[in-house]
Write a protein that binds this ligand. Structure first.
Ligand SMILES: *Cc1c(COP(=O)(O)O)cnc(C)c1O
Length: 377
């Protein structure tokens, strides 16, 4: 059998080992050193963010962002429902209350109307929400203008979860620079990887200083170890930051290739009955981290699950969309605002192999198999 085609594999650029060697040569095998500084600088230059803090994961970055914004036990945090659980878990770490918000059908991200309804509801009962967690799912920018306007109107801080969206832009501005704070992930499946890692981006120096302090065990200024706050061990290893520096060199190529995967799938599959692709509205530039196809159940003879099982037999990995948080057993008690947009996307979508290392031959093989599922039914 042919080797497995994965959904989104790591794709090294070639320079990573040189930076790792640098860490070994200088013996900075620690969560500090020139690779960490260099990687943070690269992230600032690439995104246009004033500050970047390299961390051990994107989840850690969300945790710190919430703490920096003062989120505490029993506070309300409004979070996009259609996302990976890591967007919402840090809310629970703090004993705060996640409230989930539906998506809108264009970008599949947070619906501004549902957001505003939720905010009004909590204001009415005297519990002003503490923060909004907005996700740019699969690399597609959310309706930023509308969301930012609502957050400003009610004076609520917004955190951008740009874990999947590094390199995507909204009217030529990089995602990760719109929120009070933003997070990135360099997990193995993301558009670039450090094998595991993340970053916190922000424009305010006080946020950055606070987050950096908390990420390295909240050590007060003293010759001995003095602590007046709870700290965390969330720094990124200097060895792994070396991988990040190498990956930053090829990030523009990675974005281009992910986008060309999307175009390939679209050219080869859009004629199939009931199959649709997510379009970019004017001014929106997705990094197309994963290509997703939707199967219109009224038109398509094939269900996403049939296609997934068929492709799995051919050793090709595909996956349903993120299951909305308000439908997860973990969050069954959590309040939810909206209708069924997120749920319908989950029911009708399928993520296709989208790695930047995929050769055209594999893409052709995948599209041929998908077409054959349609011709058989
Ligand atoms: C990957 C991901 C995260 C978490 O990042 P880690 O680095 O794996 O902790 C958070 N949010 C979204 C939307 C993600 O896809």
């Amino acid at each position: 059998m042919k080797p497995r085609i994965y959904l989104s594999s790591p794709h090294m650029g070639g320079k990573e080992m040189e930076y790792i060697q640098e860490a070994f040569d200088s013996n900075w095998i620690a969560p500090a050193g020139s690779n960490v500084n260099g990687f943070e600088q690269d992230l600032c230059e690439f995104t246009g963010s004033r500050y970047a803090l390299a961390l051990s994961s994107g989840t850690a970055a969300i945790h710190l962002a919430l703490i920096v914004l003062g989120v505490q036990k029993d506070d309300i945090v409004l979070c996009q429902s259609l996302t990976f659980a890591a967007s919402a878990n840090p809310v629970v770490y703090l004993g705060a209350v996640p409230v989930f918000i539906d998506s809108e059908p264009v970008t599949w991200n947070m619906c501004p109307d549902a957001l505003e309804t939720a905010i009004k509801h909590y204001l009415q009962i005297g519990k002003k929400p503490k923060a909004v967690i907005l996700v740019h799912l699969y690399g597609m920018p959310a309706l930023l203008k509308e969301i930012i306007l609502i957050c400003a109107r009610y004076d609520i801080a917004m955190i951008e979860d740009a874990a999947e969206a590094l390199g995507a832009t909204y009217f030529n501005q990089k995602l990760g620079t719109f929120g009070s704070l933003a997070i990135l992930s360099f997990n193995g499946n993301k558009i670039i990887t450090t094998s595991g890692g993340g970053a916190l981006l922000c424009q305010r120096q006080d946020y950055f200083t606070k987050a950096r302090f908390l990420a390295s065990q909240a050590k007060d200024d003293a010759p001995h170890y003095e602590h007046s706050e709870v700290g965390y061990n969330y720094g990124l290893s200097n060895v792994l930051a070396g991988i990040g520096r190498g990956q930053m060199k090829v990030l523009p190529d990675r974005i281009q290739k992910r986008r060309s995967n999307f175009d390939f799938y679209k050219i080869n599959l859009a004629q199939l009955p009931g199959i649709t692709f997510q379009e970019e509205p004017k001014g929106f530039f997705s990094n197309r981290w994963l290509t997703v196809i939707l199967f219109d159940p009224k038109v398509s003879p094939v269900r996403p699950e049939n296609a997934r099982e068929f492709l799995l037999q051919k050793n090709i990995e595909t996956r349903p969309l993120w299951k909305p948080m308000h439908l997860q057993p973990l969050f069954r008690q959590a309040p939810y605002f909206g209708r069924k947009t997120a749920e319908n996307l989950f029911m009708t979508g399928l993520c296709l192999p989208s790695g930047s290392g995929l050769p055209e031959e594999d893409l052709l093989c995948i599209t041929n198999h998908i077409r054959s599922v349609f011709s058989k039914t």
